[in-house]
Design a protein. Structure first.
Length: 314
């Protein structure tokens, strides 16, 4: 999470608020010499933008646009722009990874025990048949009228895209400030300066020793997002985590975490997930091919990183 450099400079006024979103605690901190009320209004607009993404893209909310889309397989269905955009990104990354990353794994995740609403604890079941194989190729996007057709019954999961997209939309609401940081449980976006007037420092969590960061990055106007297997484990089987490789029909193996630095959070988030799914032999080449920066930790603790990562390490 973002941390301030320690020095003797006067701290700039700042305000922070934390809330729950998409199963994690999000903290937004705004830095600027302005009344608290004005900062609070800006933070509330950012929070509203993030909740709007969740309402559109959640597979846990019966009333979400995603759930409504999944109720009408075979039909061309108009969807909100944010859901269409999320699906387009997911399908593009699916194509780049030859289906190792795939947004149609929602039903598989349900059956593996990832099916409880984080606020209510209610068990969610889509009722989608589990014996019909699906892939991103069964998602037809029609740009002209922002409509989608699912050619087979399926439950979509956009967790790797929606959180990053929510962060980016929140960032647009906060652009007037000298600095701000959005920390969404492993996915961070920072802008400008921290309360001490310094470039933000972002810690990359060690997946094997969570109490200490494995690296510190100097980051300004960029996202640092991490995907890993440590925190979300199936209540049915602790050996199963939520990052499912549909190409091999099992959880991804080989990496413990993958952190990506990118100009926007949605790109960092989805790329980190895709790299994790690709595994230790392909993760770094994949990130380098798309021109981003990454640090991955193998299950045995070995660190892999792009040659550009050293530019960000403190």
């Amino acid at each position: 999470m973002p941390s301030c450099a320690h020095n003797t400079k006067r701290e700039t006024p700042n305000l922070a608020e934390s809330f729950l979103l998409m199963g994690t605690t999000v903290t937004i901190r705004v830095v600027g010499d302005a009344p608290d009320l004005r900062m609070q209004e800006s933070i509330q607009r950012a929070i509203g933008a993030m909740h709007a993404v969740e309402r559109a893209c959640s597979r846990f909310d019966e009333d979400s646009a995603l759930r409504e889309l999944c109720r009408h397989p075979g039909q061309l269905t108009p969807v909100p722009p944010v859901l269409f955009h999320a699906l387009r990104i997911a399908c593009e990354v699916s194509h780049l990874t030859a289906g190792v990353f795939d947004p149609t794994v929602g039903r598989i995740l349900e059956l593996q025990g990832f099916n409880r609403h984080y606020l209510t604890g209610e068990e969610i079941s889509s009722g989608v048949p589990s014996n019909i194989p699906t892939s991103y190729r069964d998602i037809i996007l029609v740009q002209d009228n922002l409509s989608v057709r699912l050619d087979k019954p399926m439950m979509l999961d956009l967790g790797a895209v929606a959180k990053g997209l929510a962060i980016d939309l929140a960032a647009k609401e906060l652009g007037e400030w000298d600095g701000f940081a959005i920390d969404a449980g492993g996915d961070v976006y920072v802008h400008g300066v921290d309360p001490m007037g310094e470039v933000w420092t972002v810690g990359v969590e060690d997946p094997h020793h969570a109490e200490e960061p494995i690296a510190l990055l100097r980051a300004g106007d960029m996202a640092v997002c991490t995907s890993g297997s440590a925190k979300r484990r199936s209540p049915l089987d602790p050996d199963i985590h939520h990052l499912w490789n549909p190409a091999e029909n099992r959880p991804a193996r080989g990496l413990a975490s993958c952190t990506v630095v990118a100009p926007i959070a949605v790109l960092a988030d989805v790329s980190a997930t895709a790299a994790f799914l690709l595994g230790p032999d392909r993760a770094i080449p994949f990130i380098e091919d798309i021109g981003l920066v990454a640090l991955c930790v193998k299950e045995n603790g070995q660190i892999l990183q792009t040659h550009t990562m050293k530019e960000y390490l403190t």
